[in-house]
Design a binder for this molecule. Sequence first.
Ligand code: FES
Length: 82
Amino acid sequence: MSLGVTLIVDGVPRRADANATLAASLLAAGITAFRRDLGGHPRAPLCGMGTCFECRVTVDGVADVRACLEPVRDGMRIETGK
Ligand code: FES
């Protein structure tokens, strides 16, 4: 694993593998609540291949980005459902 990029996750800088998807990077950082459902319950990646939409986060101001399909980029800003 090469920690080659910095992500800003909910305002906190975190190093991540430059070759990983955003979902893998968030999970590796111990982040498991990617969003909240209508009842306020935390949701996390389920399928890992773009089908379930459970991994949606906000990336650089764009809502509902599927983290499992998104490659990481240095400096990207992610907002989760905490
Ligand atoms: S984990 Fe299912 S769409 Fe991302």
